[in-house]
Design a protein. Structure first.
Length: 163
């Protein structure tokens, strides 16, 4: 058993702010890879700038952020692609117990303490908690099952390409 008290509150502090063209939730694409042409900027706080060393060698990054404008918490939610409700851990809703989000973005360039990226799917002003490099050899998997989402990809080739 871990000595960590599982009921203890865990606190995070942002390492930067994510700037995007999306001001309201209805304008954000379902996933960043579907938001063609949109660019975002991560403004890393000065005390974390050294952590950007060597990041330009990666084509993609995993951003972990806080859904700061989610005003509710739910264990059931209706995903964008569905008419029925699903369990919160089977969907990517912001209305989760800890309001933590993640996305994979395409790194365009680093300019000082700013990261310019594409494949954007978060609101402007979102607090950034962490950045991890996307490593194909670690993060890609074979023989993946995607649960209830699979049916949305099997409908037709054109539907699959649209998603």
């Amino acid at each position: 058993m871990s000595p960590f008290n599982m009921k203890r509150e865990i606190k995070f502090k942002p390492i930067g702010i994510i700037r995007t063209p999306y001001k309201d939730p209805g304008s954000v694409p379902i996933q960043g890879k579907f938001g063609k042409g949109a660019k975002g900027i991560i403004e890393i706080f000065p005390e974390y700038k050294k952590g950007l060393k060597d990041i330009e060698g990666f084509s993609h990054l995993i951003l972990i952020y806080y859904f700061d404008r989610s005003g509710k918490e739910s264990l059931i939610g209706k995903p964008f692609l569905e008419d029925r409700e699903r369990g919160i851990f089977a969907i990517r809703s912001p209305h989760r117990p800890n309001h933590i989000g993640f996305t994979i973005v395409k790194l365009e360039k680093v300019a000082g303490s700013n990261i310019i990226f594409s494949e954007v799917d978060m609101l402007d002003g979102t607090p950034l908690l962490d950045i991890k490099p996307y490593v194909q050899h670690f993060d890609s998997r074979k023989y993946v099952k995607s649960g209830w989402i699979e049916k949305h990809y099997k409908r037709s080739r054109s539907r699959k390409e649209a998603l």
